[in-house]
Design a protein around this ligand. Structure first.
Ligand SMILES: NC(=O)c1ccc[n+]([C@@H]2O[C@H](COP(=O)([O-])OP(=O)(O)OC[C@H]3O[C@@H](n4cnc5c(N)ncnc54)[C@H](OP(=O)(O)O)[C@@H]3O)[C@@H](O)[C@H]2O)c1
Length: 239
């Protein structure tokens, strides 16, 4: 039987937004691969699925708090982690607008701004602020969506959500362009349409059909410099 890897000598992922859904399932999948996981939940969340994982794997799971829309909390997390390094930083946290069927002509300014802040500005603030916790050869990834693809948008729908993920993709390209000559690996992930609270019951994939692929694609991207936009099966998504 192969020897289990000692947590002290295992790689670690900092996973932002791991309380439930895809983020929680990614944490569980990284544990299966004998990684250590530092996952974040929002302060005041109470007991989440991540807490149950931490109970089952106390030597491998650490829990931190972060609301990605709060710059003061991002700064505070950076200070708390300033003596740590992570092999992967992955920002999974994301949401949708209260009525995803609204067109861009119908959405209120408040709902538009809130979604852009949550899905485009805030993940990039986390990436920009925490990037120095990842060595130059490490991987920084963000959960995008196939719906962020402009080229593949032939059906419309979920217009404001699509716009927020397309904006996220563009900002990640700006981040990558600034470090074009570094060994940094960067990833925008499209997990497929998955049955979670956000994806809804109509989603094409179960969490079990998506997340092992998501994690394998992340692991395979390590050591491959530059930004790629890939789906959960490792296929390139058109910008
Ligand atoms: N499900 C799909 O079909 C699908 C498809 C493409 C992309 N995605 C993307 O995948 C990611 C995860 O989605 P999901 O389907 O797993 O949704 P979910 O079940 O609704 O989970 C969303 C996660 O994001 C966290 N989150 C939301 N806003 C946050 C904030 N301001 N600060 C910190 N954490 C925050 C939530 O934390 P709380 O528990 O505190 O709310 C939760 O952990 C999102 O970025 C989503 O856009 C999903």
């Amino acid at each position: 039987m192969p020897q289990a890897r000692d947590p002290a000598h295992s790689p670690t992922i900092l996973l932002i937004g791991a309380s439930r859904g895809l983020g929680h399932a990614m944490a569980a999948e990284f544990l299966k691969k004998e990684w250590n996981v530092m996952g974040t939940v929002r302060a005041g969340s109470g007991r989440t699925l991540l807490h149950a994982l931490a109970d089952a794997h106390p030597d491998r799971v650490e829990i931190e708090t972060l609301d990605i829309t709060r710059p003061d909390e991002i700064d505070a997390l950076h200070s708390r982690l300033s003596d740590r390094t992570f092999d992967i930083l992955f920002v999974n946290a994301g949401t949708t607008n209260p009525d995803p069927t609204e067109t861009i002509g119908e959405v209120s300014t408040g709902d538009f701004v809130n979604l852009m802040v949550a899905n485009a500005l805030s993940p990039m603030r986390v990436v920009e602020r925490l990037a120095d916790l990842v060595p130059p050869t490490g991987l920084i990834g963000v959960m995008s969506s196939g719906q962020g693809s402009i080229a593949d948008n032939e059906s419309g729908q979920r217009e404001v959500y699509r716009g927020s993920k397309a904006a996220l993709n563009q900002f990640m390209r700006c981040f990558a362009a600034r470090q074009a000559r570094t060994p940094r690996a960067m990833l925008l992930m499209a997990p497929g349409w998955v049955r979670t609270d956000l994806g809804g019951p109509e989603g094409r994939l179960s969490i079990e059909e998506s997340v092992p692929g998501v994690v394998n694609v992340l692991l395979a991207k390590q050591g491959r410099p530059g930004l790629e936009y890939l789906d959960y099966r490792g296929r390139t998504v058109r910008w």
